[in-house]
Design a protein around this ligand. Structure first.
Ligand SMILES: Nc1ncnc2c1ncn2[C@@H]1O[C@H](COP(=O)(O)OP(=O)(O)OP(=O)(O)O)[C@@H](O)[C@H]1O
Ligand SMILES: [Mg+2]
Length: 520
């Protein structure tokens, strides 16, 4: 779709003939959905060879901006300038032709492709006779995976990879292309610190090659580590853009959230009691050689740490009944045989999966239905009628507590920002019907700092009321500060246990990487 330009705007937006040209510039970009402004007159410029973090709460407009730059959406008004030339056509292929590549926040599933095919999409090697040079491509894929220290079989179908591994594949794809503008929308949200280091290595390489990188993340510690500038967005507007070295973390948070955040983590006053809720014995997940045994007690938050591919998500999915496994599971002392998700829910097991679309939210349904459908019985009166007033009131309350940004309760979840969708995946288990066991896999993936402290408090309160919580997280501060105890997994097995007093990041990493104390 063509967009109007005018001369005076063009010069402001980085079209001046003198001086270094910005790789990317916007002038008064605007975008609305259903009459609600989502981007308000965004003006900014980004230079080649720089890493720029875009910071802002869930729903601030970061992904919308990225979708415009990568040609998936057209702005309503304003100018986008790439490498000195105004963009008049908004189309993904056109954007790629201009040297723009994107790692989207929501990765597109391409389940039937093999890893090597996906890695080399668009860069296929073909023989003179028109056949794919399969062996050569396989070797190239293997080389790329090794370069990024990834233990992934290039022959594996994409569907077998978890969210984090899929994300690493996208990162390799985007960085091995020749791009002048690279947009990364929360690439690290499910990566452990070890993979994030690999990601940062790739980003520094891109920067040295002269690329302009725009990066979003809700992990505050990353901003200082990787960025040259920070641009802060709030409610669709640019609040400020400044060199990272001139801003403190506190200033960034206050600008982003519009208020001061006191403590991110609740004071841990509660202690777990010794009543076992979940007992897992000699439990072997299909496809993994090792078996695991552990117990989660009432009121306990048991953390699960490990690198990408360590088997944490697979273990949690198997316990919930989404994956085949052998072994013995007991809930409140009673054996649980022949598990399925439906049975698990009836037994009082709640699950927030890493991939919220797997068993988390139905994006084509409304917010209200997503939050309350699993608990409809709890809102049904004596005559079998659903008490809609109660249903709405409880939903409004949990949306307020999780600081979810939305337009209407009847709005479909697909139209929410990524972080706000994640809040919905959590909200349904926080709204009512306290479970016996709450399984959380990367619960705050993509959730902003402003809402994190509230969500941590809600998880903490559930544990305090006697719920057993099993928490897998690659966010180290979260894992360390919320858990009473941490099991570290490696190669599908439990590599070690760290108690509350002994927990620290080095200890977790050492176990995750299979190093003994002496070797480290
Ligand atoms: N297709 C759509 N229809 C209606 N509203 C939309 C649509 N896409 C996005 N929005 C709204 O636009 C606003 C900005 O969303 P966006 O995804 O850009 O936020 P974000 O800053 O990327 O947030 P997050 O940190 O959660 O990813 C949100 O309020 C969202 O609900
Ligand atoms: Mg987003």
């Amino acid at each position: 779709m063509p967009v109007q330009t005018d001369e005076s705007n063009s010069s402001e937006a980085g079209l001046r003939p003198d001086g270094p040209k910005p790789a990317l510039a916007f002038n008064r970009l605007c975008k609305s959905f259903d009459g609600i402004p989502v981007l308000r007159e965004i003006t900014a410029r980004f230079m080649p060879g720089t890493v720029n973090v875009l910071a802002g709460e869930n729903g601030a407009g970061k992904s919308t901006l990225f979708k415009i730059i990568s040609g998936q959406l057209a702005p309503d008004s304003g100018i986008l300038v790439v490498k000195g030339a105004p963009v008049l056509t908004f189309d993904p292929r056109h954007a790629r032709g201009l040297g723009v590549s994107i790692i989207p926040q929501e990765l597109l599933p391409i389940p039937d492709m093999k890893v090597w095919q996906n890695l080399l999409v668009g860069r296929e090697r073909v023989s003179a006779l028109g056949f794919l040079k399969r062996r050569e491509m396989m070797a190239e894929a293997r080389r790329l995976l090794e370069e990024f220290h990834l233990d992934i079989d290039p022959e594996a179908p994409m569907r077998r990879l978890g969210v984090a591994a899929t994300q690493m594949i996208e990162i390799i794809k985007a960085t091995s292309r020749d791009s002048d503008v690279v947009l990364m929308d929360e690439p690290s949200s499910s990566l452990s610190s070890r993979e994030t280091e690999e990601l940062f290595r790739a980003i520094r390489l891109l920067r040295a090659r002269g690329a302009c990188i725009l990066y979003t993340s809700h992990r505050m510690e990353e901003i200082e580590q990787i960025s040259d500038t920070v641009a802060i967005m709030r409610d669709g507007a640019f609040i400020r853009q400044a060199p990272t070295s001139t801003l403190t973390e506190r200033q960034i948070i206050t600008d982003m959230v519009g208020r001061d955040i006191e403590d991110l983590f609740p004071n841990r006053v509660i202690g777990a009691n010794r009543t076992p809720v979940l007992e897992v014995r000699d439990f072997k997940v299909a496809g993994y050689p090792a078996s695991t045994s552990f117990t989660v007690h009432a009121g306990e938050i048991l953390g699960l740490g490990g690198l990408v591919g360590a088997g944490r998500s697979e273990l949690l999915e198997a316990i919930f009944g989404l994956r085949k496994a052998d072994g013995d599971i007991r809930l409140d002392g009673a054996p649980v045989a022949g598990s399925s998700p439906a049975k698990s829910i009836r037994r009082g097991i709640a699950f927030v999966p890493e991939d919220r679309k797997l068993a988390g939210v139905l994006t084509s349904l409304s917010i209200l239905d997503n939050v309350t459908l699993p608990h409809l019985a709890g809102f049904t009166g004596g005559a079998g009628f659903v008490d809609n007033a109660a249903r709405r009131a409880r939903t409004l309350d949990v949306l307020r507590r999780t600081r979810t940004k939305y337009a209407r309760l009847g709005q479909i979840v697909a139209h929410l920002s990524g972080g706000n969708q994640q809040k919905i995946a959590l909200a349904r288990w926080l709204v009512t019907g306290t479970p016996r066991l709450l399984i959380l896999d990367e619960p705050t993936r993509g959730i902003d700092v402003g809402a994190r402290s509230e969500i941590y408090q809600l998880i903490h309160d559930l544990a305090a009321s006697g719920v057993a919580v099993l928490l897998a997280s690659s966010d180290m501060p979260e894992l360390i500060n919320l858990s009473h105890r941490i099991l570290v997994m490696r190669g599908g097995a439990i590599a070690g246990e760290l108690t509350r007093d002994a927990v620290n990041q080095e200890g977790i990493l050492r176990l995750a990487m299979g190093k003994t104390k002496d070797a480290a």
